[in-house]
Design a protein around this ligand. Structure first.
Ligand code: MRU
Length: 357
């Protein structure tokens, strides 16, 4: 998608380095950063220079290629794969991508292994782009249906950033919105700010602005009253891990939005590529929920009058804070799962049928 009119993907390989857009500096500075080693890739995932389930999967895949480029030794490659998987615990795309790379590379002889690793990492990213595009085509039908009934702007609420910056391109939650906009359907997006890291305000609103899609940032607690007032036609969110029973793990606060949507009969859709489905864990209590540094809550970042990025403390200095990064929305609150293959009910029968499991 576009930044200042120029097309970008979120990650690519060029001149022996992996290029990423540093998301910790957005929306104030647009910086393309080089990842030269697997440690760089691990660090970029940990400190969230790259984030969003599909993009951390793509970064981990390229991280494996960087490990091979650096030191083509089986023990080093194995250790790197483990460190990549551990770099963030909740989004399953990370493990999925590393496992796919390891499976592909296991029988390849030495002089071909780097080329094959780079090819597979690109394939993982190209596939994600295609899947996200298909999610858009499938989700467009729902927006179109609402528009055909309403004959007026479709108001969509989203949480966190499940936009193109969280994927390779298109995004998951935003892809149906981009498709609707391209088709001339009037859409307006309520963007949850998404405390504590403000991915909604800093990333979703930013990328929608760059594509000229009307959007309004709201505090995370505002969605409920907007739904009561009939000002939300549907919610669309992404996910970091969805179980085969349809339970959805996503950015903290998603569950509360789903409860409000249920109470107000607002359809609540979750968008995901199949790489985000966890077919193994059966009980959502067993999903590892990331707990991040409490400084993400107690401090905020922005630009000062000299356009310099500054971080300031906003809490009492003696207060403790707790920062759980994800929550679980039970399947019963999910209207449908929009995937690259079509729309599924949030149930194991429906998901298994769609994916021939
Ligand atoms: O902590 P983040 O910013 O990586 O969390 C991202 C989300 O929760 C997204 O909604 C999810 O990864 C889906 S991205 C298409």
């Amino acid at each position: 998608m576009r930044i200042e009119g120029k097309e970008f993907r979120t990650i690519w390989y060029e001149n022996n380095v992996v290029k990423i857009i540093d998301q910790t500096k957005l929306p104030h500075q647009f910086i393309i950063k080089d990842l030269k080693t697997v440690k760089d890739a691990i660090n970029a995932i940990k400190i969230m220079e790259v984030r969003g389930a599909p993009l951390i999967g793509g970064t981990a895949a390229y991280g494996m290629a960087l490990a091979i480029q650096e030191n083509n030794d089986p023990d080093f490659i194995k250790k790197s794969s483990e460190e990549l998987i551990e770099s963030r615990p909740t989004a399953i795309n990370l493990k999925w991508a590393v496992d796919r790379m390891m499976k592909k590379l296991v029988d390849i002889n030495n002089d071909k292994i780097l080329d094959e690793a780079l090819k597979e990492a690109k394939e993982i990213c190209d596939e994600d782009e295609k899947f996200c595009e298909n999610i858009g085509v499938n989700g467009l039908k729902i927006i179109e249906e609402i528009y055909n009934k309403k004959k007026d702007t479709v108001n969509i609420l989203t949480h966190c950033n499940a936009g193109w910056l969280a994927t390779i391109n298109w995004g998951t939650a935003t892809s149906p919105i981009y498709h609707a906009h391209k088709k001339g359907i009037p859409v307006h997006v309520w963007v949850d700010e998404t405390r504590p890291r403000n991915q909604g305000a800093n990333l979703t609103s930013y990328e929608l602005n760059e594509e000229n899609i009307p959007n309004t940032i709201i505090a995370d607690n505002t969605g409920g009253i907007l739904m009561q007032r009939g000002e939300v036609d549907m919610c669309i969110v992404g996910t970091d891990r969805t179980l085969s029973n349809g339970d959805v793990c996503n950015k903290i606060g998603t569950y509360l939005k789903a409860l409000a949507a249920h109470d107000n009969k607002v359809p609540f859709y979750v968008t995901l590529p199949s790489s985000t489905i966890d077919w193994d864990i059966k009980d959502s209590k067993n999903i590892p929920i990331e707990e991040r540094n409490s400084e993400e809550l107690s401090h905020v970042e922005g630009i000062d009058e000299n356009n310099e990025i500054k971080k300031v403390l906003i809490y009492p200095s003696k207060s403790k804070a707790m920062n759980l990064a994800f929550d679980i929305t039970p399947a019963k609150y999910v209207t449908g799962l929009i995937t690259e293959k079509g729309i599924s009910e949030a149930s194991s029968e429906s998901l298994k049928k769609l994916f021939n499991k």
